[in-house]
Design a protein around this ligand. Structure first.
Ligand SMILES: *Cc1c(COP(=O)(O)O)cnc(C)c1O
Length: 395
């Protein structure tokens, strides 16, 4: 049955021989044209029109009031955490089934990650697990000094056992499948905790008519080489809050105060600005986003139909009321031995497949972090395999 799927993937990608990557970027004449234009202009770095243009295109596509481009998704997440008020010594709740950047950005922002379980259908943070952890560990207090600038309520939540503030919740939209973000945001509101959505994998994913990343206080995207569209390296912060957007721009561009010649900086900012050279490529890729997403939908449908017929693995579908970009198609095999056998056979025959990430709690630097019961994440970790998901043509 594994062999039959490997043949099916080769047919799907019209590649009878040779390697089939998990997710390779595609580049067109237009991509080259805009990159060359940036080079010819000499404005390859911190000045030039493409960064503004890219931010505008992102805002128009996602429906965000503002998008702020950054040098990568990890830096966008670190800055977003700072912007919702995360400080040194705080705790930030996230999920254990994620790419390591999610947890790293929390630590880079000065906080300690806490891991709560995921749902087996969305693969993202479980509202039930979040509530269970908060009920067992958190209490809300009224603080005299609220950060009114960030629209923070005077109430804040603290960990009853460690005494630390719980400063943010970071759900992640795994493989582009939206998690139950509206429920998570409602729970967070009850506990007065801001939400930063790690939507790094979710450009083109929606909950109803709302784009992922725009339901929490802030959301972030990534344009790394393996994502749905890429500009080599890049990221963005999405928001409907103009004040936070202005602060995001300021904080990620060395906190420079505008002036025709003076170098004045009014806080310790970050050099997280996306270079104009990368932004040129990002603009060209954005022009093709809709057709790339359509192509990814058709690949996902083909896999979905296949696993309707052959039920030895479950294909991970978007859940009701959501639209997934199907960034990486995923199947759930019946146990870890089956997963390992399929990984071995497919990779041996040149069809690149990968298991899900090790859980964050399995990594040495996060092994001793606080966590809830992680049964679903462990169950998924043993069974998930990602299948080739890149677009087939230069659409
Ligand atoms: C890709 C990714 C990031 C980080 O993006 P970079 O642009 O590589 O820094 C963060 N979180 C998740 C879940 C990702 O998949």
């Amino acid at each position: 049955m594994f062999e039959q799927l490997i043949h099916f993937i080769r047919d799907l990608y019209r590649l009878p021989t040779g390697p089939i990557p998990l997710h390779a970027p595609t580049f067109t004449a237009r991509d080259k044209e805009l990159v060359l234009d940036a080079i010819n202009s000499t404005l390859v770095s911190s000045v030039g029109q493409y960064v503004d243009k890219f931010e505008e295109m992102l805002a128009v596509y996602t429906g965000a009031k503002r998008a702020v481009a950054t040098v990568n998704g990890t830096s966008a997440l670190q800055a977003a955490l700072k912007l919702v008020g995360v400080q040194n010594g705080d705790e930030v709740i996230t999920q254990p089934l994620t790419f390591v950047a999610t947890a790293n950005a929390i630590v880079h922002a000065g906080a300690e990650p806490v891991f709560v379980d995921v749902n087996t259908n969305t693969l993202g943070m479980s509202p039930e697990a979040l509530v269970a952890w908060l009920k067992a560990n958190a209490e809300t207090r009224k603080e005299a000094q609220a950060n009114v600038d960030n629209n923070q309520s005077p109430h804040q939540s603290f960990n009853k056992h460690t005494g630390r503030r719980i400063a943010a919740i970071v759900p992640m939209h795994t493989f582009g499948h939206p998690c139950r973000i509206f429920e998570i945001v409602e729970i967070a509101r009850q506990w007065s905790i801001p939400v930063v959505e790690d939507a790094a994998e979710a450009l083109g994913s929606w909950v109803g008519n709302t784009h992922c990343g725009l339901i929490g206080n802030l959301g972030i995207l990534s344009f790394n080489g393996n994502k749905t569209i890429t500009c080599g390296g890049g990221g963005a912060i999405l928001t409907n809050n103009q004040v936070l957007a202005d602060k995001a721009k300021h904080l990620t561009t060395t906190a420079k105060v505008p002036h025709p010649w003076e170098f004045e900086h009014n806080e310790v900012g970050y050099n997280f600005r996306l270079p104009n050279l990368n932004a040129a490529l990002a603009c060209a890729q954005m022009e093709r986003l809709e057709s790339i997403l359509k192509e990814k939908q058709s690949i996902a449908r083909a896999y979905g139909d296949y696993f309707q017929k052959f039920s030895w693995a479950d294909f991970c579908e978007e859940t009701e009321g959501t639209t997934s970009n199907y960034w990486l198609n995923a199947i759930i095999l019946y146990n870890q031995d089956a997963r390992d056998a399929f990984l071995k056979q497919s990779n041996t025959f040149g069809v690149m497949t990968r298991p899900a990430w090790k859980l964050m709690t399995e990594l040495p630097m996060y092994a001793n972090c606080q966590k809830g019961s992680l049964d679903n994440a462990q169950w998924l970790r043993q069974r998930i395999v990602n299948l080739p998901s890149g677009v087939r043509n230069h659409v």
